[in-house]
Design a protein around this ligand. Structure first.
Ligand code: MN
Ligand code: MN
Length: 309
């Protein structure tokens, strides 16, 4: 039986058919779009990410069989719409993201944010750390994103957010894991930098050789009861499963492995999360947006399991 009184393809495409409102009062989780791709190093197009993911979220029937929870029933979820981005100004865009996110979090409403490229995680981490203190961060990515400067004399871009976040004290580096890292880099220093900054860097080889359960065990052990933020760059998934992204790297997770890793976080104190780098113009048959929509559904499921009563 469908829980919808209409067909899944009917109506305006809010996330999972949840109501659109900019009033987060009484809501448990807000879906927030950030259609910004101003700082990417290669192919652009993630400005269409939130719209693409919302459209492919329409077939989420509602019950998560793996986690045995119905997030849209357990939680009051709203689709808050998008942040007002400024395509020519990353600083103004980041300020707008932080302001909007902080206002939502102040209502005791959690956030699942749909990007947009990965620079947007920095203002999101600022907003969350303001509320919770330094965060455990579970970072799925092909890239460490810990460069100092991606473009000469410019400290903010999608290759630098986690170095900035650590410098700003937003991340508890005892519980910062990067998972799925791979691909050719500028040099050996890229991974060493991430490790020196305190990241537990789990390459794709280590993750696939040891298996999802071992990776999950280590995440759980390091994160413990800390307030944890998940940031999921869709390029952690193999481009065969997620071609719609800006800096694809071959040899990544399958869709199912990604689902297993996220589901393995059940019971952790997940205070927020984002899914970034989905670029619909490079997608094929919407498979990347479909995956991103399902991963957002898994995030909501984790939050629903954590809700008392
Ligand atoms: Mn990446
Ligand atoms: Mn990234």
């Amino acid at each position: 039986m469908s829980s919808f009184s209409f067909q899944p393809y009917q109506g305006i495409a809010t996330f999972g058919h949840q109501p659109h409102t900019r009033d987060a009062t009484g809501a448990d989780v807000a879906i927030l779009g950030v259609p910004y791709d101003g700082s990417v190093s290669y192919r652009s197009g993630t400005r269409f990410g939130p719209r693409g993911i919302r459209e492919q979220s329409l077939l989420l029937w509602g019950y998560n069989n793996a986690l045995q929870v119905a997030p849209f029933e357990k939680l009051k979820v709203i689709d808050y719409g998008d942040v007002d981005v400024v395509p020519v100004d990353i600083m103004a865009t980041h300020a707008a993201i932080e302001t909007e996110a902080s206002q939502i979090l102040k209502q005791n409403c959690r956030l699942v944010t749909l990007g947009g490229e990965h620079s947007i995680s920095l203002p999101l981490l600022r907003a969350h750390a303001k509320k919770h203190g330094p965060l455990a961060v579970i970072h799925f990515d092909a890239h460490p994103d810990t460069w100092d400067e991606e473009y000469k004399s410019h400290r903010y871009s999608h290759g630098t957010p986690f170095r900035r976040a650590i410098e700003e004290g937003l991340i508890d580096t005892n519980a910062y894991l990067q998972i799925g890292i791979r691909g050719p880099t500028a040099g050996p220093q890229d991974y060493l930098d991430a490790k020196q900054l305190g990241a537990r860097l789990i390459t794709i080889d280590e993750a696939l050789n040891s298996g999802a359960q071992t990776v999950v065990n280590e995440i759980r052990q390091r994160v413990g009861t800390r307030a944890a933020y998940i940031t999921l760059d869709i390029d952690s998934v193999d481009p065969a499963f997620a071609p719609g992204t800006g800096t694809p790297e071959v040899g990544g997770f399958t869709s199912h492995q990604m689902l297993q890793l996220v589901r393995g976080l059940r019971g952790l104190n997940i205070v927020g999360g984002d899914i970034v780098e989905v670029s619909p113009p490079f997608d094929a048959a919407q498979i990347t947006s479909i995956l991103a929509a399902n991963l957002a559904f898994e995030f909501l499921s984790l939050m629903a399991l954590g809700k008392q009563s």
